[in-house]
Design a protein around this ligand. Structure first.
Ligand code: UDX
Length: 444
């Protein structure tokens, strides 16, 4: 039986909305609080501001059951709450690169003003090690120590698979320093223990470190296979075989070994950078991570040069069709997307870009200038001198390749995600350039 907990989620952004909705679905009573009145007004009507498969339905169902509600008033929401989650953003500080903790500390101060009985304050935002101690200080400045506990509970969900990841996680990490905090967290996550992975209890600082170490390790895997892919192109080996071959070793694991145009998104770029800053401040610099940040940045620019080579050395005056703009499929998120570097690089080299993305066009319009947006993939390809796949949407895998060839002005495809079979592309008469697949990686 689920012991119903009263939970407040501060921040109705990506992590807050998904976590709040899923916790309500576990059977808890959840109020999501955000300062943005318009956002809350829309959420009350059941309108989800982000694209995430399954979120809309789950939100409506839990709203209808009365377990999930939305408010702009932290004070009202917090009344009688067992736990208040902080799920606000921690963006990179401009120029510095470390995590901007302003929103987390603002939230902590606001919470300190309004909590009444014993309340567990849970930090879900990704924060530098030691931030839990700071939040504790903020609360202790206003409240007696026995009225609150501060817990670190990092989130590992992936965009596009967020609901599934939240409900069936590999593990839940709870960094907690006292028994009362631990028993509230146990009650909150009991349904997960039944469904899936274990709950790992650690110290607060270890939990904060686990989040960065996990994200950075995954970013490192992607960066590693990207560099191996480049090497494969030079020595005529196929990176897909290499990935499979090394991934069968359990110690390495098969996931996150798909080469591409470099990692993007709301987490990897920000967290890799933040960890390097944290390490430097702690006088234990991590050179491996410093290097991968640099390698990943340069990779996006290198992709533009690869496209130029595939187009015969120059894209000047050419019409280049770009398929996929978001940093990965099944999201409308454009944050740190490789397309944001590749497209302007090609434009600077004189290309005219026509682009299509199943979900990302709205966000992309605000971020990319001088781009012509098409309504569908075939319209995007029409008359272009080359097609470039930047994001591996299933819709692009399913394209009729004969029609693709007929639509293009010149049969050149640069596939930065390796979604098409080389043999088929060659048989159809394309000049097909992909990533790390022997000499085919460079169209040889
Ligand atoms: C990531 C982590 O997976 C998640 O645990 C954490 O909570 C937040 O950051 P997300 O940003 O949603 O999640 O995307 P993810 O699927 O991990 O991909 C990150 C980036 O790596 C994308 O740009 C993706 O295209 C790239 N990637 C991933 C590859 O290029 N190759 C791969 O094999 C895997």
């Amino acid at each position: 039986k689920v012991l119903t907990m009263r939970i407040v989620m501060v921040g109705a952004g990506y992590v807050g909305l998904v976590s709040g909705t899923c916790l309500a679905d576990f059977g808890h009573e959840v109020v999501c609080v955000d300062k943005e009145e318009e956002k809350i007004a829309k959420l009350r009507l059941g309108a989800v501001p982000i694209y995430e498969p399954g979120l809309g339905e789950l939100l409506l169902a839990n709203q209808a059951s009365g377990r999930l509600s939305f408010s702009t008033s932290l004070k009202d929401a917090v009344e009688g709450a067992d736990a208040v989650f902080i799920a606000v953003g921690t963006p990179s500080l401009a120029e510095v690169g470390s995590a901007d903790m302003r929103y987390v500390y603002d939230a902590a101060r606001a919470i300190a003003e309004v909590i009444e009985g014993f309340t567990v304050v849970v930090i879900k935002s990704t924060v530098p090690v030691g931030s839990g101690d700071e939040v504790e200080k903020i609360l202790a400045a206003r409240l007696p120590k026995d009225r609150f506990a501060v817990v670190s509970n990092p989130e590992f969900l992936r965009e596009g698979a967020a609901i599934e990841d939240f409900k069936h996680p590999d593990r839940v990490i709870v960094g907690v320093e006292d028994d009362r905090g631990r028993s509230v967290m146990h009650a909150i996550y009991r349904p997960i223990e039944r469904n899936a992975g274990p709950i790992l209890y650690t110290t607060r600082r270890s939990a904060e470190m686990i989040k960065y170490a996990a994200n950075v390790f995954l970013a490192m895997k992607v960066t590693f296979i990207n560099e191996i892919a480049d090497l494969c192109e030079q020595v005529d080996a196929d990176v897909l075989d290499v990935s499979r071959g090394i991934g069968l070793d359990d110690r390495i694991g098969a996931k996150f070994l798909n080469p591409g145009p470099g990692f993007g998104g709301s987490c990897f770029p920000k967290d890799t950078l933040a960890l390097t800053k944290l390490a430097i401040e702690a006088k234990a610099p991590i050179r491996l991570v410093e290097t991968l940040v640099d390698v990943n940045e340069k990779r996006k620019i290198a992709m533009a040069r690869k496209i130029e080579r595939a187009c015969g050395g120059s894209v000047a005056g050419k019409r280049i069709a770009v398929l996929g703009l978001t940093y990965k499929p099944k999201t409308d998120d454009m944050r740190d997307a490789p397309s944001l570097v590749i497209v302007p690089e090609l434009q600077a080299a004189g290309a005219h870009i026509v682009a299509y993305d199943p979900e990302g066009v709205k966000a992309a319009r605000a971020l990319l200038s001088g781009v012509e947006f098409a309504d569908n993939a075939y319209a995007c390809l029409a008359g272009a001198d080359a097609a470039v796949v930047i994001t591996e949407w299933d819709e692009f895998r399913a394209l009729d390749l004969q029609k693709v060839k007929a639509a293009l002005g010149k049969p050149v495809v640069i596939d930065l995600r390796n979604i098409y079979p080389i043999k088929t592309m060659r048989a159809l008469g394309f000049r097909y350039v992909c990533v790390g697949r022997g000499l085919a990686g460079e169209g040889g």
